[in-house]
Design a binder for this molecule. Structure first.
Ligand SMILES: *[C@@H]1O[C@H](CO)[C@@H](O)[C@H](O)[C@H]1NC(C)=O
Ligand SMILES: *[C@@H]1O[C@H](CO)[C@@H](O)[C@H](O)[C@H]1NC(C)=O
Ligand SMILES: *[C@@H]1O[C@H](CO)[C@@H](O)[C@H](O)[C@H]1NC(C)=O
Length: 235
């Protein structure tokens, strides 16, 4: 009960987690989504909850059900909400509430909109590549978004690349091209530290992508030796 009251107070003061604008995440009816929330790694909260406006009676914590998983990943200071089989009733605002040193704070994370044809969607919400490789992410947007600013952003540190901007603040390891229906992000020379959650956005509408960078296998000395030993034993 105390928790609800605290959440009520903090919602008013809560700030946006994905950045400044009121971000809207659009997902196809029947689809699934994972919403990541990064918490302070230096002072991790003791309790973490997900909360939604459209289901006041529910707070979600540490659960795995058919259509819902709430998982804490302490190694990444990450708390995720995954919802499957999304229906219209899931449209609404989502908050992450954390309790640190007895203080509750609720943060508005984003507005989820379930649509038959999502305004912004991704070809694949999970991509992976090996260290040093390149990876491509394709983001589609509906015609009403053609003139909006398009961005590719890393959620954790809110670093963004903007389509069509050529100034030096943009990193040459990320290239974006736009064909009027979709934009394609090419990330070259992947590093292990590039792993994590990203979003692509058109205006304030976005979709999330998880990038996994697989560490290069160290060259195994024993394998080489074993091979030689095998060759020698054949003679
Ligand atoms: C979350 O649930 C798992 C499985 O029931 C349990 O082992 C774990 O201790 C729980 N973690 C927290 C933080 O409650
Ligand atoms: C999961 O969602 C599907 C589709 O809406 C529904 O039929 C099913 O009953 C849900 N499962 C649970 C456990 O709520
Ligand atoms: C570009 O990104 C790479 C990999 O993330 C990083 O090592 C490099 O310092 C960045 N360069 C600039 C100018 O930000």
């Amino acid at each position: 009960m105390v928790f609800y009251i605290s959440v009520g107070i903090w919602l008013i003061l809560g700030f946006l987690c994905f950045g400044e604008p009121n971000y809207v995440l659009t997902i196809k009816t029947g689809g699934s989504v994972t919403i990541p929330y990064h918490y302070d790694e230096k002072n991790p909260p003791q309790k973490k909850y997900w909360h939604s406006d459209n289901d006041q009676s529910h707070i979600y914590t540490n659960t795995t059900e058919e259509n819902l998983s709430v998982i804490d990943h302490p190694d990444q200071s990450l708390f995720t909400l995954t919802m499957r089989n999304l229906q219209n009733k899931h449209t609404g605002r989502y908050y992450c509430a954390v309790e640190t040193d007895g203080q509750s704070t609720a943060r508005f994370v984003l507005y989820l909109k379930v649509q038959s044809a999502p305004d912004v969607s991704v070809k694949s919400s999970s991509v992976s590549g090996h260290e040093g490789d390149n990876v491509i992410v394709q983001c589609f947007y509906s015609s009403g978004y053609q003139k909006k600013t398009k961005q590719w952003c890393r959620i954790k540190d809110k670093s963004c690349y903007t389509v069509g901007r050529t100034d030096t603040s943009q990193n040459s390891s990320v290239q974006i091209s736009d064909d009027g229906r979709s934009f394609t992000v090419l990330m070259t020379g992947l590093r292990h530290s590039d792993s994590g959650w990203y979003f692509c956005s058109a205006g304030e509408t976005l979709n999330t992508v998880q990038l996994t960078v697989i560490e290069a296998e160290p060259v195994s000395v024993t394998t080489e030796k074993d091979k030689w030993r095998f060759c020698l034993s054949q003679n």
